[in-house]
Design a binder for this molecule. Structure first.
Ligand SMILES: CC(=O)N[C@H]1[C@@H](OP(=O)(O)OP(=O)(O)OC[C@H]2O[C@@H](n3ccc(=O)[nH]c3=O)[C@H](O)[C@@H]2O)O[C@H](CO)[C@@H](O)[C@@H]1O
Ligand SMILES: C=C(OP(=O)(O)O)C(=O)O
Length: 419
């Protein structure tokens, strides 16, 4: 597996362009198989999750063709695809569960292997399946597979027991081609939910209310291809904003939607970081001592769980005691042992992490236990005294485009050693 070697104590200065959002791209790509016609997706991030989804579409019988340097993709499933996805690619990533909703919509039948993705303990998909059943599908699970089929899907009212990004999007996909109207109450409001709804509407769907907690979907018979530009990645942007703060840097984070960053900018402001907001960029300057802060992760517009490891790295080198409460995942502190190897002082008690600020990290050999844990390791290593070696880079490559190149362009010194 590739490793990253990071020389620490580098102040990041300059500008960084944020790529398209992973969690939007990974929903929009499977949604493209619902179209009779060709879709052109722009601003796709060049990341492993996108590669895996493209391979899946090709194995299903569709075609994926890049039109430029890898950010614009033409997806052609005009003649239809298979409805059974059991390949290795499907098991590697979380978002492969969207093929269930997409296939069920177009073919009224779907067979998909259980998804993979980052390991935060149990990651059930019961709410997705409950939604499909409510629409009239029969759903069976067994041997690592989910099988769903229906003679017809019929719109209905669905109340989500828990706010779930994946279930909201998956039900939206299936309901787009159901008969009649579906309402999803207590829906997730994340920017990627809105992005997927916008793409589906461009394809001819009739979805209203995405971005609020009630989404209303009037089913249509057919969807056509569409040209669509993916939104910027809120989490990649947040990672570079925190990188500027942790290295005492001065970075303009470009090509973003500043509104999506509100929960993070409020927190960084509270910590004494200077923030300048522009139309589509944010400048982060950190030239004052940073204060401790308390962070609670929540669904959007709350503080995203996908920035929890990165903010933990930053809080580790702030003055005083900070408290993080992880409200989304049962087990998202596996990376803390790795951060401790670099000197972090953290006590974990269930969903709560108490972090006592240290003056600075020291370099160490650490492992990226998952995608955002890997991002946190890079941030800690950038701020650390000495050299760090980060293993498990394949997780980072799932969701960060050209990670070492983007950081090095800001003044970091990161070298990739190929396995
Ligand atoms: C590909 C993608 O977009 N991944 C994101 C998505 O994951 P994902 O869609 O898997 O996360 P959910 O929003 O569904 O999960 C939120 C909570 O609901 C629970 N739950 C979820 C589904 C279900 O059927 N039953 C159930 O109990 C989960 O255990 C978790 O505690 O949202 C998470 C929360 O913002 C992010 O961390 C992931 O980066
Ligand atoms: C957890 C994440 O992704 P996934 O749900 O795809 O594992 C993430 O993007 O931080």
């Amino acid at each position: 597996m590739d490793k990253l070697i990071v020389q620490g104590r580098k102040r990041l200065v300059g500008e960084v362009n944020i790529s398209g959002a992973k969690n939007a791209a990974v929903a929009v790509i499977p949604a493209a198989i619902m179209a009779e016609g060709v879709s052109v997706l722009e601003n796709l991030p060049r990341i492993e999750d996108v590669n895996n989804l493209c391979h899946t579409i090709e194995k299903l019988g569709g075609t994926c063709t890049y039109l430029d340097n890898g950010h614009t993709l033409k997806i052609d499933c005009d003649k239809g695809t298979a409805h059974c996805a059991t390949f290795e690619e499907v098991q590697k990533i979380r978002a492969s569960y969207y093929f269930l909703g997409a296939m069920l919509a177009r073919y009224k039948k779907a067979e998909v292997a259980l998804p993979g993705g980052c390991n935060f303990g149990v990651r059930p998909i019961d709410l997705h399946l409950k939604g499909f059943r409510a629409l009239g599908a029969t759903v069976e699970e067994g041997n690592g597979m989910v099988r769903a089929y229906a003679d017809r899907l019929v719109g209905t009212s669905i109340y989500m027991d828990q706010v779930s990004v994946g279930a909201t999007i998956n039900i939206m996909l299936a309901a787009s081609m159901a008969e009649g109207v579906t309402t999803i109450e207590n829906a997730a409001k994340e920017p990627h939910v809105v992005d997927t709804a916008n793409y589906l509407n461009m394809m001819g769907a009739n979805i209203k209310g995405a971005g609020t907690d009630v989404i209303r979907i009037k089913g249509v018979e057919k969807l056509h291809g569409a040209q669509y530009t993916i939104i910027p990645d809120q989490i990649e942007a947040g990672t570079y904003m925190i990188a500027a703060a942790i290295t005492g840097g001065d970075v303009l984070v470009k090509n973003i939607i500043p509104k999506h960053m509100d929960s993070l900018t409020a927190k960084l402001d509270e910590m004494n970081v200077t923030i300048e907001e522009h139309d589509d960029s944010i400048r982060i300057t950190a030239n004052r001592p940073l204060h401790c802060a308390n962070v609670k992760t929540m669904s959007y517009p709350g503080f995203p769980t996908d920035l929890q490891p990165q903010i933990a790295a930053l809080l580790s080198v702030c003055q005083g005691q900070s408290v993080i409460t992880e409200n989304v995942w049962d087990n998202r502190y596996q990376y803390i042992d790795e951060l401790r190897k670099m000197g972090a002082q953290v006590q974990i008690d269930g969903r709560v992490a108490r972090i006592d600020g240290i003056p600075r990290f020291h370099g160490a050999n650490v492992t990226a236990t998952d995608l955002r844990a890997g991002a946190a390791m890079i941030l800690a290593a950038l701020a650390a005294e000495g050299e760090s070696v980060i293993d498990g880079v394949k997780y980072i490559d799932r969701g960060y485009e050209e990670v070492e190149h983007k950081f090095n362009a800001l003044g970091a010194n990161i070298t990739r050693v190929k396995a």
